[in-house]
Design a protein around this ligand. Structure first.
Ligand code: AP5
Ligand code: MG
Length: 207
């Protein structure tokens, strides 16, 4: 199972990826999470990536492609993986096709108004859990009790730019994977459980 999750910022890629990876026991590879971890540790990659992420722009292709290529070469990726937030440009997808055979690209569809609301209300924990103020009113994580925080790039101005970048640079990947015959669309505006159910049905049907 070699999966790609597509979808606008806030569509629910991370939320669903966590569940899918747990069910099928495959690694969850989120380029956003890897880049944020590097920023936190202050690595040279993190310092470079921060300049782009803070503006809501994409980190240059060659940086991200190198990062993913290296990660997919690790042992735990031999029997499958889920890519969350990669590829994000046609160039990234073409590079990926040279070292991976994607079996399913799941496109989580959500309209713009809803994603803005989801991002504005999102609260994160350092353990990776994510919450939304509409259904979670505590300021500590239910799993590890750490203090929740808002992502730096979840500010209104940055969100606008992330959505523009998505439309211009990432949305063309829907057609790219459709032409390859591996694309499935999922209605991401449904409840988290229903979205998960739909994804599982698609993946189990393809077995
Ligand atoms: P990245 O971290 O990938 O962010 P993103 O694509 O903007 O997506 P998000 O993580 O914001 O949203 P999500 O779809 O994961 O939604 P979530 O599940 O959290 O990238 C960040 C930055 O890194 C980029 O801008 C770029 O600069 C850089 N970068 C990363 N990858 C790159 C690449 N390949 N190339 C170049 N640059 C790259 O859900 C959102 C909220 O909604 C949560 O609060 C959640 O609880 C809630 N929610 C989710 N599903 C539901 C539901 N069904 N019902 C109700 N609420 C829901
Ligand atoms: Mg995410």
């Amino acid at each position: 199972m070699y999966l790609v999750f597509l979808g606008a910022p806030g569509a629910g890629k991370g939320t669903q990826a966590t569940r899918v990876c747990e069910k099928y026991n495959i690694p969850h590879i989120s380029t956003g999470d890897i880049l944020r971890a590097n920023i936190k540790e202050g690595t040279p990659l993190g310092v470079e990536a921060k300049k782009f992420i803070d503006k809501g722009l994409l980190v240059p292709d060659e940086v991200v492609i190198g990062l993913v290529k290296q990660r997919l070469g690790e042992k735990d990726c031999q029997k499958g993986y889920l890519l969350d937030g990669f590829p994000r440009t046609i160039e990234q997808a073409q590079a990926l096709s040279e070292f991976a055979d994607i079996t399913n690209a799941i496109n989580i569809q959500v309209d713009e108004k809803l994603v803005v609301d989801r991002i504005a209300g999102r609260r994160m924990c350092k353990c990776g859990e994510s919450y939304h103020i509409s259904w979670y009113d505590k300021d500590t994580c239910a799993k590890c009790e750490s203090k929740l925080y808002q992502r730096d790039d979840d500010k209104e101005e940055t969100v606008k730019s992330r959505l523009e970048v998505y439309k211009k640079q990432t949305a063309p990947l829907i057609e790219y994977y459709e032409k390859k015959g591996v694309l499935s669309n999922v209605d991401g505006s449904q409840s988290m459980d229903k979205v998960f159910e739909d994804i599982v049905r698609i993946l189990d049907d393809n077995d």
